[in-house]
Design a binder for this molecule. Structure first.
Ligand code: FMN
Length: 408
């Protein structure tokens, strides 16, 4: 009998996928100095398309070049990007692959040295354990809020025109939308803050603007199940927001969790018992299923075929969101289908030297290097030592690597 992983999916809204593999966004850092896509980026997406994933979400694409999450982000602001996006879409949609562009504004999660200033719902810095890496944010004005909303719509429209088959709003991991949702970061007294109705207004308006610019088009939202911080966005609020997103007509909700302040999305601070049964946020998805009837994807922690199948068979999720394993095995869906492997074993990215392990963004440099290698047509290096990877990154990017505290 064929595995549930390879069953087609069609939603009530008409959103389709050839199977249940969903590539979670991974920022590639492969744009050129003008923040435009490059040949390496096209080749990387061609590989993922050939590898058999049903829905591939791009790494976060910025809607404003004054607000970058990382130095080599793709930025989509106007028609200058169109010819590049067309090539990206053409190469990434081969083999009947859905290719969705993830759109983002980092708000205050933009490390020092990349942008001249950062904005946030309120002028509150990040937690003191990491605040030294980020500029102190300025409170965003209502006029600027309206501008950012328009930008999300404009970028989505360009993605659709170029041939992308959907978009995803990055509403998770502590970026601007997630900052608005969080009572810890949003202390506004105006219509954009206050109770959950006010705090979710920014996300809702971004969604409505994209819908009005793109018409009938798959629009997904990535949202936290919770921020896992004192006075942060809670599970109860996440369920309420999901209910509203369903009413609005969102096509798929991807569930993650955590922020730079507590990066649970990549398994940090997640209980060992939760890691062992894979899918860090599956319990939340089970709860959410009782309240919403929209397509769901749970991302974070999937490593084995049986783990993925049991999540789908339990009806907790419609898709398995997979990120890091696809940076090592871009053809993971094929490998699992042909039973060439049963699971992906990813060793923790550590040097064993405490001083370095607690300061350097090893996961980011290590996985980014694998993406770069795939983009350059080289083999990945699953056993590449973390220390060597870090040294190579320092040689290439200088000591600024230590400032890249991004953990998405
Ligand atoms: C190098 C790297 C870059 C990432 N970039 C993004 C991003 O741009 N947008 C996003 O929503 N998540 C991003 N993530 C998080 C992943 O989408 C995913 O939620 C997380 O890695 C957990 O899934 P996994 O256990 O399958 O890797 C990134 C993760 C890594 C390792």
């Amino acid at each position: 009998m064929e595995s549930i992983l390879y069953k087609e999916f069609t939603s009530k809204n008409g959103m389709k996928s050839k199977n249940r593999f969903f590539k979670g966004a991974m920022s590639e850092g492969l744009a050129d100095k003008n923040h435009l896509p490059t040949e390496s980026l096209y080749r990387l997406y061609e590989k993922w398309a050939e590898g058999g994933t049903g829905i591939v979400v791009t790494g976060n694409v910025m809607v404003d070049r004054r607000a970058l999450g990382e130095p080599k982000n793709v930025v989509v602001e106007d028609e200058k990007a169109l010819p590049y996006l067309e090539k990206w879409a053409e190469r990434g949609t081969g083999n009947n692959t859905e290719l969705w562009m993830q759109l983002n504004h980092p708000g205050k999660q933009s490390p020092k040295g990349i942008v001249s200033e950062t904005v946030a719902p309120s002028a509150i810095p990040l937690h003191k354990s990491i605040s030294r890496f980020f500029p102190h944010p300025r409170e965003i004005t209502p006029t600027e809020i309206a501008d950012v909303i328009k930008r999300f719509g404009q970028s989505a429209k360009l993605a659709k025109t170029a041939g992308f088959t959907g978009v995803q709003i990055h509403g998770a991991h502590g970026y601007l939308i997630s900052q608005f949702l969080s009572p810890r970061h949003n202390h506004r007294q105006d219509e954009w803050g206050g109770d959950i109705h006010g705090r979710m207004k920014f996300l809702m308006e971004v969604y409505r603007e994209i819908r009005s610019q793109t018409g009938s088009f798959p629009i997904s939202v990535k949202m936290n199940s919770a921020d896992f911080m004192k006075a942060g966005f809670s599970e109860e609020e996440a369920i309420f927001v999901a209910e509203q997103l369903e009413k609005e007509g969102v096509d798929l909700l991807e569930i993650s969790g955590g922020t730079y302040e507590n990066p649970q999305m990549t398994g940090k601070n997640v209980k060992e018992s939760t890691k062992a049964r894979e899918a860090y946020f599956i319990d939340f998805a089970r709860k959410l299923r009782k309240s919403v009837d929209m397509p769901l994807c749970v991302t974070g922690g999937f490593r084995s075929k049986t783990g993925m199948e049991s999540a789908l068979e339990s009806h907790a999720t419609d898709f398995v969101g997979v990120a890091r394993p696809l940076a090592v095995y871009p053809n993971l869906p094929q490998l699992l289908k042909e039973n060439r492997i049963q699971e992906v074993q990813l060793a923790p990215i550590k040097t064993g030297l405490n001083w370095i392990d607690s300061r350097a963004p090893l996961e980011i440099t290590w996985y980014s290097q694998q993406l770069e290698r795939i983009g350059e047509g080289k083999e990945v290096r699953p056993n590449h030592p973390a220390l060597v990877s870090l040294l190579q990154s320092v040689l290439k990017n200088g000591k600024d690597v230590f400032q890249m505290k991004r953990v998405k």
